[in-house]
Design a protein around this ligand. Sequence first.
Ligand code: MN
Length: 326
Amino acid sequence: MRRREFVSKTAASVLAAAGLGCQSGRSRDRRRTERAGAGMQPVLHHVRPTERHWVGDGFHVSTLVSPHRLDPQLISPFLLLDHAAPRRFEPAARRRGVGEHPHRGFETVTFAYRGEVEHRDSNGGGGLIEPGDVQWMTAASGVVHEEFQSQDFTSRGGLFEMVQLWVNLPAARKMSSPRYQPLRDADFPRVPVGDVEARVIAGGFDRRERGPAQTHSDINVSDLSVGSGAEARFRFADGTTTLLLVLAGKVRAQRSVDASAGELLVLDRRQPGDIELAGVEPARLLVLNGTPLGEPVVAHGPFVMNTADEVRQAYADYRAGRMGHL
Ligand code: MN
């Protein structure tokens, strides 16, 4: 779901964006390791929702994570997280969304919570996802795609809520073939974690059922329903990245930080430990965990590669039509 801006970027700004840790704006997020309970992983960042902006005319999002705002090495393998908090759309005739645009070098994962999203890409992937469904689109060597609210939803109107996550690919997989995985709510195993129910989309928790998504690196993605007063304590592998996005309600994490709907916690992967969540109010959370790739991140517009030359090549390939057409 990115973005018009790439069209006007120059080679000079591609270079400016090159290298580890695109710096612009990072100072806005004060790095502050909050106190955590004994044996627990500290919270590195508590990210409040940014002012929302439109992606196309269908997705009114707050960008909580991007390689330009947070050190990409400390959030690897994740790149970007856009949250379109619930918003009401009036019935309309013409679908709202974002038209044809390219991606290369990573995956876009779209979680529909309310309303419906239609997708179509130049690799032949496409379809409709409904509330609870997830679309796992691997751009890899390159696709052109479009993302819209569905025609039915457009006609009907109503509340719309979704999340889009960008997952980086290891260098060795960046130029592999694109892939499209439509994942249905009914296919996600529900597993108890303490008092909490997890809906497992990819990977899982230790010794439990696995989610159906196929991934290119070690990734665990679940969403959790946390009742008021419910508690869960769990742990992912040492050294891995964990992001917690509160979709609704309010939770206390690590016995020290209260996070409300729309807020994101980045745990400090340099300090291993448990994760403990308690429901302050009934809450829903998205839990993202993955093994850092440990490779350079050069992110520019719709392309995320390892070097500035590879980004320039991506623009050239897109302009020459080598990522296909809808
Ligand atoms: Mn897109």
